[in-house]
Design a protein around this ligand. Structure first.
Ligand code: GAR
Length: 199
């Protein structure tokens, strides 16, 4: 069984959705460790309530390389095959990323390359797009830029607020993250330049 390491910083709803897919048998994997970058991350409690191994490694005040070394040690200790960033609000160092070539996924609440970075849903509303969505992509050394595994489109409706739009996008996030993990763990894909091609 392939082992997931899930990194969070906050609420952890994507983590919970992945755990639900595993529990329902629609994703064949196990969560080896949940790591939060903040001790107060709500997702930590949700993970522990489900009996998942969950720890916090607070990042505050730590140099990036030092922090990433701690992360790496923990992920190695738990023999993690695939690292899933699920609302993990930190940049990872190039040396960390090189330890997991095409073995780190991230979920982002926009149709990349539009609206990378922080507050993607707010950016989409401000720009006035009619369609936005979410993206699961491989993590490379640039922000929100690696090869795209799967995307889902979500309409922006008249009267949307950041909250209502975020909720509509989140529903799709919860569906596509597990789908992307399934694809990557199956190994039935190849990457050509930027394109992830399913085989
Ligand atoms: C999700 O909407 C995720 O796409 C976003 O943070 C939220 C985390 O929610 N991630 C980013 O914006 C990354 N740049 P969750 O903690 O409930 O999964």
């Amino acid at each position: 069984m392939k082992r997931l390491g899930i990194l969070i910083s906050g609420r952890g709803s994507n983590l919970e959705a992945i755990a639900d897919h595993i529990a329902r048998g629609t994703l064949d994997a196990e969560i080896a460790i949940v790591i939060a970058s903040r001790a107060e991350a709500r997702g930590l409690e949700a993970a522990r309530d489900r009996g998942l191994p969950a720890i916090s490694i607070p990042s505050k005040g730590l140099d990036r390389e030092v922090y990433d070394r701690l992360l790496l040690d923990e992920l190695r200790k738990h023999a993690v095959d695939l690292v899933c960033l699920a609302g993990f609000m930190r940049l990872l160092s190039a040396s960390f990323i090189r330890q997991f070539p095409n073995r780190i996924l991230n979920i982002h609440p926009s149709l990349l390359p539009a609206f990378s970075g922080l507050d993607a849903q707010h950016q989409a509303l401000e720009h006035g797009v009619k369609i936005t969505g979410c993206t699961v992509h491989f993590v490379d050394e640039e922000l929100d830029a690696g090869p795209i595994v799967i995307q889902a489109a979500v309409p922006v409706e008249a009267g949307d607020t950041v909250e209502s739009l975020s909720a509509r996008i989140l529903k799709e996030e919860h569906r596509i993250y597990s789908e992307a993990i399934r694809i990557v763990l199956s190994g039935r894909y190849r990457i050509e330049a930027r394109r992830v091609i399913l085989i």
